[in-house]
Design a protein around this ligand. Structure first.
Ligand SMILES: [Fe+2]
Length: 385
């Protein structure tokens, strides 16, 4: 295992209480604020904010810390209250300077007992933002289908020109392809190569566009969770990365609306595509398609609300014209799932919704378990590219 520890880089990560004896042997100091006031003797250095509760830390907070680490004379001290934040930021910084193997950095931090879900999202987001995020700009479009109020998302690598669509709809597949072909970026290049159509789950209110896309572009691969009970070119598992060029989205299991619901988290943690698991100020219903309010509560709280506070939430639908919200916004204001609401309260809210039977359920589900094809005889596997 690569040791992303302090001594390899001439830096020592310590808790504030331990630093008196060490200070004399070091040349520079970085203080991670706000909850430590070290007595550093002759050592002075920048004092930069990062909270010990990583739910409060944005990916952008890493940039000034990384600049300070680059500028430090060695041997140097990085100090916070317990030493834990110092170990996390040094590992993320060292990983970026070594080429950005986030799996290795996370394995190292797991071995030192410094990783939880919030820190892992932050570390992975920071490493991606400072590597592929700096070299391969994201091209992003939010598209809308007005009959089912469905959002479709186009994500593309502006450098390699590879693209994916999340939650395409059959009625707007043609439009989506025109959008992909028509985008001109600042470097004068036009259009992208669509690689895949990703489904967050087996929708009950519209037919997925993945079959229509494959009919027009036979190398496009349809994807859905292996837990959805559907047929697709690629069955996704939690932790899988779906690449488009050098960029990617990661698969996060968010069951509860259906058993096979997944969310897609962008590499740098700036966006999450939540399907029907988390909607703006709401969530998907849990009263059919193997729905479970208890499972949905766990999914949202442990897998989505652990993302950075400014991570933008892009749902599969909004019925009020709102394009997106943020993780912190949902944690503060979602009337069903905001911080402080208990699982029992959420289960009660969901049980009392009394929603009507979905209009297109009977037509949508048989097609969506074949990623949009009407029956098995029509199924087309993706052609090799
Ligand atoms: Fe749904």
């Amino acid at each position: 295992m690569v040791a992303y520890d302090s001594p390899s880089y001439g830096l020592t990560s310590i808790g504030g209480a331990d630093m008196e004896g060490l200070a004399a042997a070091h040349k520079s100091l970085l203080v991670l604020a706000p909850d430590v006031e070290p007595k550093a003797g002759a050592l002075t250095g920048p004092k930069l904010p990062i909270d010990s509760d990583f739910k409060k830390n944005t990916v952008a907070m890493a940039a000034p810390i990384f600049a300070a680490l680059d500028a430090m004379a060695t041997p140097g001290l990085v100090v916070c209250k317990s030493g834990r934040r110092a170990r996390v930021v040094i590992a993320a910084w060292a990983c970026v300077r070594q080429g950005g193997d986030a799996d290795a950095a996370c394995a190292y931090l797991r071995s030192t007992n410094d990783l939880d879900a919030e820190k892992e999202h932050w570390v992975r987001g920071v490493i991606a933002a400072h590597t592929v995020g700096a070299t391969n700009p994201l091209v992003f479009r939010q598209l809308f289908e007005c009959e089912s109020n469905t959002y479709t998302y186009l994500l593309a690598d502006g450098a390699t020109r590879d693209a994916v669509l999340i939650d395409p709809v059959d009625l707007t597949a043609e439009r989506d392809l025109k959008v992909i072909d028509g985008i001109v970026t600042a470097d004068g290049k036009q259009g992208f190569k669509l690689r895949a159509g990703l489904n967050t789950h087996c929708h009950a209110d519209h037919i997925t566009g993945t079959a229509e896309l494959k009919k027009r572009l036979p190398t496009v691969r349809s994807m859905i969770s292996e837990s959805a009970g559907a047929k697709a070119d690629v069955l996704l598992k939690p932790g899988d990365k779906v690449h488009f060029g050098k960029r990617w989205v990661e698969v996060v299991a968010t069951p509860g609306h259906t058993d096979g619901c997944i969310s897609f988290v962008l590499d740098d943690r700036s966006m999450v595509f939540t399907g029907d698991a988390l909607l703006i100020g709401a969530c998907g219903r849990t009263d059919f398609q193997q729905g479970s309010a208890a499972k949905l509560f766990e999914s949202v709280r442990s897998r989505l609300f652990t993302l950075p506070p400014d991570c933008v939430v892009y749902p599969a639908h909004d019925y009020n014209g709102r394009p997106c919200s943020t993780v912190l916004g949902e944690r503060m204001t979602n009337p069903r799932l905001r911080d402080g609401i208990t699982e029992a309260e959420f289960v009660k809210i969901m049980a009392e919704l009394n929603l009507p039977y979905p209009k297109k359920l009977d037509a949508s589900l048989p097609a969506n378990i074949l990623c949009g094809f009407p029956d098995e005889t029509a199924w087309m596997p993706a052609k090799a590219d």
